[in-house]
Design a binder for this molecule. Sequence first.
Ligand code: ZN
Length: 197
Amino acid sequence: MNKIRFIAFLTMGLFSPVAQALTFGTVIIDPGHGGKDGGCVWHGLVEKKLCLDTALRLERLLKAKGLRVVMSRRSDEHVELEERAVIANRYSKAVFVSIHFNASKDRNISGMEIFYRSDSGKTLARKILSSMDQNLIGVNRGVFLGDLSVLRRTLMPAVLIECGYLSNRTESQRCGAAAHRQRLAESIASGILGSRS
Ligand SMILES: [Zn+2]
């Protein structure tokens, strides 16, 4: 990105209009990876398992609040990225929330970040991350525009949450604890609910 475009990009972020509330009654929860695709593996933790566990906790919380929840997978199975979007795109008045855990060669990096691709996705990303930031221990790394397959292919407001870096020893210990994943699910749920009009 050249300098002028970069400044324009920053300015857009600073002066974008106040986010609109979203209208939806269905949440598509997409636990990352699964089956032959384990995702990242660090400190004895396998990403696909943490994604599914957090997603199932989130499902219970959202259903208890009266939302319809659709899961792109509910077990350790491999679902192609295209198929995840096909499942999601069957529903209208829905939002799409993909759950992942992160890793980096730099083991000092830690924190939570959320990717979006559309304005409505950005609204959802900001609400969820601010709830996570208020309720969880961990660095708030921000929301980022990301041209990721599931965000590009889904037709509704969509986000991909990176719940924490498994490559960071302290954060991996946190993410490995069921109590932390419950708090993760609770804070994601309240962010989703807070984005509704
Ligand atoms: Zn992942």
